[in-house]
Design a protein around this ligand. Structure first.
Ligand code: NAG
Ligand code: NAG
Length: 308
């Protein structure tokens, strides 16, 4: 909100959605938008639907509300895979979800491996740098930024390209807060790299970012990476030396020490790594937990419906 309310107020969108329904074609919504947009337009009458819990009451006036977990940010990935299955069939859904490293059996709480535990500290609020580049996996970047900003961290998104706007791996345009030149002028409690082959290569080739990461390690500060970035950025620049880490499954053989690589998230002292898009939420929650404690992280997970 207020995004869903703005969608509801858009007459053009309402007309498109109503025509879609009248033509017997599929329509769908996630989170608040089910109740706020589809419900208000009368497109849920006589149907069963779900939405974000606090909007359920609004929903039940027009549709019969069903209890289910598919209704908020933490379930957006399962929701999207369900759409793929509805549109293209089971086989396509399996093909698409494979490389996403989807959690296969989500328990009530997330878990991670921790070695050489140290206390993660910060002043006021954690200051976190998230670099992006052409080819960055949009969902990894956005989930990390979203969750950490919910956790009240000060997150700076920096482009390592020569423009603020980058073209992410699935052609979503993301706009950074600053260029890397401006970002390296500050110090960060944590620097965390999203994945994507093209994005990771751009990070590895950015002397400024690599220097910043090396300085981070030398001063015993925190750094992390997910998906392609542990193997393609940290490893070749010596930033995994003496560390256990994980990465995108197909790249784990490139890690210095892959003995813990089966875990979704691995914390080794000042380093945190994770496997891929499907583990981004757990990755961000583990970072939240290391800064703010498990209680806070679990509360946050619940509001996002990413744990039961
Ligand atoms: C990054 O993507 C943008 C947008 O497509 C493009 O203008 C720019 O040239 C790309 N940068 C590189 C280094 O390829
Ligand atoms: C870095 O920050 C200092 C203090 O804010 C400023 O004077 C300086 O111009 C900045 N340098 C760059 C390269 O942005």
């Amino acid at each position: 909100m207020p995004g869903a309310a703005t969608l509801k107020d858009c007459k053009t969108l309402e007309n498109i959605a109503k025509k879609q329904a009248a033509d017997g074609r599929p329509y769908t919504a996630l989170c608040a938008a089910s109740a706020v947009a589809l419900g208000s337009w009368g497109l849920l009458k006589g149907l069963q639907a779900i939405c974000y819990p606090s909007f359920m009451e609004q929903l039940s006036s027009s549709a019969s509300a069903v209890e289910s977990r598919g209704r908020g940010p933490g379930t957006a990935m399962e929701y999207s895979i369900a759409l793929v299955e509805l549109l293209y069939g089971k086989e396509k859904a399996i093909e698409v979800s494979g490389p996403l490293v989807m959690p296969s059996n989500r328990g009530p709480e997330y878990t991670f491996a921790e070695l050489n535990p140290v206390k993660w500290t910060f002043e006021n609020s954690p200051k976190i740098l998230v670099p992006i580049a052409n080819g960055t996996v949009e969902m990894e970047a956005v989930i990390i930024v979203d969750v950490l900003r919910r956790a009240k961290a000060e997150v700076v998104v920096a482009s390592v390209e020569d423009k603020l706007e980058i073209l992410a791996s699935r052609k979503v345009k993301l706009v950074a807060d600053v260029l890397i030149d401006e970002a390296i002028n500050r110090s960060y409690d944590l620097i965390v790299l999203p994945g994507g082959l093209g994005g990771a290569q751009a990070f590895a080739n950015s002397q400024k970012l690599v220097n910043l990461l090396k300085k981070q390690r030398e001063s015993n500060k925190l750094y992390g990476a997910i998906c392609a970035s542990p193997a393609l950025v940290l490893e070749p620049h010596g930033l995994l030396k003496g560390k256990k880490a994980t990465a995108f499954p197909a790249l784990c053989n490139e890690l210095s020490d892959p003995s813990e690589a089966e875990n979704h998230v691995v914390v080794d002292g000042n380093l945190v790594t994770s496997r891929g898009s499907g583990t981004s939420m757990e990755f961000a929650l583990v970072i939240t937990e290391k800064f703010l404690g498990r209680q806070k992280a679990l509360e946050l997970a619940k509001t996002m419906l990413s744990v039961q």
